[in-house]
Design a protein around this ligand. Structure first.
Ligand SMILES: [Zn+2]
Length: 225
């Protein structure tokens, strides 16, 4: 289970969703790749800040956070923020990426969470799961299967921001590192990190109640044979 791909909608989603697990897995020697479907170009209410500049800033913030966590590579697909859809084109791109990177594990957003109001979060999770299905089938996007590219079967999927957790990662070791990585997203989290840090600790403490960990991250897990 050495290669992991995290597919999310916006820069900062992985840090809000699964960064403690990413820290632990990177430390254990797993090779982790982030795939961000948008660059978060609408993540500002400042009318003077153009979307292009916002995107550049957020990509930089995402790269810095990923470096802190031990992520090897960050890929941006640069779809427009706030308008993401689970199109055939996006699914094709993600299936190709999965066939190229051959991850054993994919982490993404649970698209079925009740009252998941952000359309990008729903679309990202759905597109990722549909691409995982497509990547393993010979007859879907067969034009990608050239040279030594083969269909690829992902072994495990972890959905974060879920209502139906059945797997918990003990992140007691690295909750503070996770919060520091989140602080890299200064354009989103602002300068007053203390309140947010406390919110993250509270949420992780609640997630840890069921498995009996001080701090945990909760996932819905699928395992495929
Ligand atoms: Zn997001």
């Amino acid at each position: 289970m050495e290669r992991v791909v995290v597919i999310a909608a916006h820069p900062d989603d992985p840090e809000f969703g699964c960064a403690g697990t990413v820290i632990k897995w990177a430390q254990a020697g797993k090779k982790i790749t982030y795939v961000l479907l948008t660059s978060g170009d609408k993540g500002s209410h400042d009318p003077d800040l153009r979307p292009g500049r916002m995107a550049a800033r957020r990509e930089e913030e995402q790269r810095a956070a990923a470096r802190d966590l031990g992520v090897e590579q960050v890929v941006f697909l640069r779809y427009p923020d706030g308008l993401l859809e689970n199109t055939l084109e996006l699914r094709r791109q993600l299936a190709n990426l999965i066939r190229q990177h051959r991850p054993h594990v994919v982490m993404t957003i649970d698209p079925w969470r009740h009252y998941q109001l952000h359309p990008d979060h729903r679309a990202a999770g759905q597109a990722a799961l549909d691409a995982i299905y497509a990547a393993r089938e010979w007859y879907i996007f067969p034009e990608q299967l050239v040279g030594d590219v083969e269909p690829w079967r992902v072994k495990e999927v972890y959905l974060f921001w879920t209502d139906n957790a059945d797997y918990w990662e003990d992140v007691s070791c690295c909750i503070e590192r996770r919060i520091s990585a989140l602080a890299r997203h200064a354009s989103q989290v602002g300068l007053d990190m203390e309140k947010l840090a406390e919110r993250i600790r509270t949420y992780a403490r609640e997630a840890g109640r069921e498995p009996g960990y001080e701090y945990a991250e909760a996932f819905k897990r699928f395992q495929f044979s």
